[in-house]
Design a protein around this ligand. Structure first.
Ligand SMILES: Cc1cc2nc3c(=O)[nH]c(=O)nc-3n(C[C@H](O)[C@H](O)[C@H](O)COP(=O)(O)O)c2cc1C
Length: 471
């Protein structure tokens, strides 16, 4: 087959993921292999897409090869996918699959993103290979790579691919009712007129909610949604349009920042992030859904936050989203937004969309955010957060020599919660286990086990009762 590898790693030939491709090339030389370093060459491809369009036209099978970057793919690959769509390259009927390397932190959402976009372009998609970054160095990983490729070829021979995406309705874009003088809203952060029929907001606004957006002049619906949020939000708001930031480029995956916290790009973004964005008491991200996710511009912003490493520096900060588009139909994007909040330890105040009642959704988000700020509301992490943090914990522990800032942070915030440390509990369980094996004790304890397990909780309730009585 004519196989085109789209290498989305900004590291080009030095990509770890690409080594699996090189391995397969050695083992399967009968295929015609071609590689485009789209991650590294994205600037040149933006100027001249013709070489990519020709390579895509030649290909029978497209293999997306990329590292997982912050829940999805590197911004550079996002941009390449945007370009493929903008140039309307005819990919219909071509085969596609993917190989990624990562630490398996949200590799599922990255794979789903790439598959959904390939399917948008009419490609026949076969399930990909999500390898750990070290996998190729061990026999199991090598076998799995070979097995992946054999499965891919077998599927292609038989015409077997993943089911097509469900057809989505046109986005509703339910109109927003302007509140106050919307022209001046983007300039004003102080007290604003109350929305009609609502309680006056009264007084000068306080607080600091930063609204990050990639809103372009043509995104009038998104602009109107932001304007309404600012008008109804009881807190002071300010807008940062990340398209206007003079980024020198996307994250290069160089790991320079791992030990110093300083990015190699000389555009001072890390300082801007720390002084202008991370200082806010709450954060809203506002975007229009594109390519089943966020724009490449927004993704570049997310990737560049790698200068914070794996440090959950914003934990406790309420966050929310203003989203224009078919959010209810974007299951993968929903998992990404929830997962980001869960891992970061942020209360997700809501995702206000323009699918049904835009005004009500925005007003609810604004009210909830203000309440969460006033009450310092936090919630325990769910599976998306607990699972994600366990991956981080183990990774940082192993790589503490390199990721020194992360290591310090994890130590300082009690994030090294290894179960091996809970020796007392382990010993207690041994004791209970050995007691339960004794026939006599089993008889005595019959029916008392569940009661016994409640002992620590009974103490809490007793204490609460006493405190309530003494009030
Ligand atoms: C900016 C950045 C973001 C990353 N995000 C993730 C992630 O969300 N999940 C994960 O498991 N690994 C993540 N990683 C680790 C990379 O996926 C991993 O190092 C990969 O093997 C690099 O592949 P490459 O050499 O082909 O670029 C990230 C690395 C960088 C530099």
């Amino acid at each position: 087959m004519r196989i085109l590898v789209l290498n989305g790693s900004p590291k080009g030939k030095n990509s770890i993921t690409l080594q699996t491709i090189e391995y397969l090339k050695i083992l399967y030389p009968a295929h015609e292999w071609e590689t485009l370093h789209v991650g590294q060459k994205i600037r040149a491809l933006e100027k001249d897409f013709a070489p990519a369009a020709e390579a895509l036209a030649r290909a029978e099978l497209v293999l997306f090869s990329y590292p997982v970057y912050t829940f999805i793919a590197p911004a550079q690959l996002h941009r390449f996918i945007e370009l493929m769509k903008e140039h309307a390259v005819d990919m219909r009927g071509k085969w596609a699959s993917q190989i990624s390397t990562s630490k398996h932190f949200y590799d599922v959402t990255a794979h789903r993103y790439v598959m959904e976009n390939a399917q948008d372009m009419g490609m026949k998609f076969v399930r990909g290979l999500s390898a750990d970054m070290d996998d190729l160095t061990c026999e199991r990983g090598q076998k799995e790579a070979v097995s992946f490729f054999n499965h891919l070829m077998w599927c292609i021979e038989r015409g077997l691919c993943e089911p097509d995406l469900p057809v989505q309705p046109e986005p509703a874009h339910v109109a927003v009712t302007p509140v106050g003088d919307s022209d001046s809203l983007s300039q004003r952060a102080g007290s604003l007129p109350a929305p009609s029929g609502r309680e006056p907001l009264g007084g000068e606004k306080t607080g600091d909610v930063v609204i990050l957006t990639d809103c372009r002049p043509e995104d009038t619906q998104l602009a109107a949604m932001i304007a309404r949020f600012r008008a109804v939000c009881p807190k002071k708001t300010r807008v940062i349009n990340i398209r206007e930031y003079p980024f020198r480029g996307g994250c290069l995956g160089c790991f320079q920042c791992a030990s110093t916290g300083k990015c190699i790009h000389k555009d001072e973004f890390d300082t801007f992030l720390r002084e202008q964005i991370q200082t806010a008491e709450a954060e809203v991200q506002a975007f229009t859904i594109s390519d089943h996710g966020l724009s490449a511009a927004f993704k570049r912003y997310s990737d560049r936050q790698f200068c914070n490493g794996h440090r959950t520096v914003r934990m406790g900060t309420p966050i929310g989203y203003i989203v224009s588009g078919n959010y209810r139909h974007e299951e993968n994007l929903r998992m990404i937004l929830e997962g980001r909040a869960e891992v970061g330890g942020n209360f997700l105040c809501g995702v206000a969309t323009d699918e049904v009642d835009t005004d009500a959704a925005i007003d609810a988000l604004a009210a909830k955010m203000a309440w969460a700020m006033d009450n310092h509301h936090t919630q325990p992490k769910n599976f998306l957060g607990v699972g994600g943090m366990k991956i981080f914990r183990d990774l940082i522990w192993l790589m503490q020599g390199l990721m020194r800032e992360d290591h310090r942070f994890f130590k300082a915030h009690g994030q090294y919660d290894f179960p091996q440390k809970s020796r007392g509990r382990m010993l207690a369980m041994y004791l209970v286990g050995s007691m339960m094996r004794s026939k006599t004790l089993q008889k005595k304890a019959s029916g008392k086990m569940t009661e016994g397990m409640l002992m620590p909780y009974t103490k809490v309730l007793e204490k609460a009762r006493k405190e309530a009585e003494s009030r």
